[in-house]
Ligand binder design. Structure first.
Ligand code: ADP
Ligand code: MG
Length: 345
């Protein structure tokens, strides 16, 4: 059964959709089967992924369609149930039902076995559908800007979460977004967040204009600029949460069964990031990027190098995924990872 992860905050414009897109795309690149569900009538998720689906969540929640039939494949391993303004009219209809807090959970239940993760992108207030998302969630991720009002709003959200779920135990991560390390206030407030919430606080996602450009162009950050700070920050978050959730990529030697979305051809513009095909020059010893995680973020077999593994002498492969260039051994767990082309400012 896949996890249902609600990505929520009581505020809008703080990076929820950006986090859903780039966290889920990173997990899909690692081989996870991921479904995205937009419960915000603004429908930003479809725009940020560059698609305009015909069927939406409204059809599943109000018109009696099967949620499975309302999916659109958007990338490899990544499907979407989109939203649009019709969802505004769905809310009063849902609120009249006696089982209203469980409507989303019931609609998604038949799909849970098909996915490792179902991410629900919430709107910026406690609407009927956002409450449904909290009820359905096994895990809650809260992106927040690092400003005084936002930090106070976070306390209110944790209280709400405890009311809905009985406790705040499903709160899995707080993701500081739009972080500007040059301001003393941000640095101090991040410290305060860490004191208050401990290891729930992830490394911050820094302000990076490439992130806003990528969503405006309907691309993930790994497609738009895998060398950007935004790609590096989100790839780090993907690693941290994969670790926390115990998600390991399927072994290249034994490929996972095809995900449900692979039945549909992907639009040409939405093919996944391809590993480099030309044989690279011998790799000099380069500083390794410090990551807490030990699994390579590589899903494909990668291109074969003429180098051999310093551990076991086996063949080395290289692939560039999610902003990192990863050299890894076929036979043992040797792995060297560096930011592809260095980090841009
Ligand atoms: N780290 C970041 N650096 C720069 N711009 C960002 C960053 N995160 C999000 N944005 C931009 O901020 C705006 C709001 O982000 P969005 O993810 O849509 O927020 P929400 O879903 O909470 O309303 C968007 O234009 C988005 O591209
Ligand atoms: Mg949004």
């Amino acid at each position: 059964m896949g996890r249902i992860v609600a990505v929520t905050n009581l505020k809008g414009g703080i990076g929820k959709t950006t986090t859903v897109v780039n966290l889920s795309a990173g997990l899909a690149l690692k081989g996870a089967r991921v479904l995205l569900v937009d419960v915000d009538a603004q429908g930003n998720l479809a725009m940020a992924l560059g698609v305009s689906p015909r069927r939406t969540l409204y059809d599943a929640l109000v018109d009696g369609a099967r949620a499975a039939d309302c999916r659109t494949p958007v990338r490899q391993n990544l499907d979407l149930i989109a939203a649009d303004a019709t969802l505004l009219t769905a809310q009063p209809a849902i609120a009249r039902r006696p089982d209203w807090p469980r409507v989303l959970e019931q609609a998604l239940r038949p799909l849970r076995a098909e996915y490792d993760f179902i991410f629900v992108d919430c709107g910026g207030s406690l609407t009927v559908l956002n409450l449904n998302a909290l009820h359905a969630a096994t895990d809650v991720i809260v992106p927040t800007t690092v400003e005084p009002f936002a930090v106070r709003g976070l306390e209110m959200l944790v209280v709400q979460l405890s009311r809905v779920k009985g406790n705040a135990g499903s709160l899995r991560a707080i993701v500081p977004t739009l972080f500007d390390a040059r301001t003393r206030q941000s640095v101090e407030l991040l410290e305060q967040l860490r004191e208050q919430y401990g290891s729930l606080v992830m490394d911050p996602i820094r302000i990076n204009v490439r992130l806003s450009e990528s969503s405006a162009r309907g691309k993930t950050i790994y497609e738009y600029d895998p060398r950007s700070r935004g790609a590096a920050d989100y790839a780090r978050l993907v690693e941290r949460l994969s670790d926390l959730w115990g998600f390991a990529p399927p072994s290249p030697a034994q490929p996972a069964p095809p995900p449900p979305s692979s039945a549909h051809p992907l639009p040409a513009t939405h093919q996944p990031v391809a590993p480099p095909s030309a044989p690279p020059p011998p790799t000099p010893a380069t500083p390794q990027v410090a990551t807490a995680h030990q699994e390579p973020i590589v899903t494909g077999a990668g291109s074969l190098l003429s180098l051999t593994c310093p551990n076991c002498g086996g063949p080395l492969r290289r692939a560039t995924v999610a902003g990192y260039r990863v050299v890894f051994c076929d036979q043992c767990r040797y792995r060297r990872q560096e930011l592809a082309g260095g980090v841009r400012r």
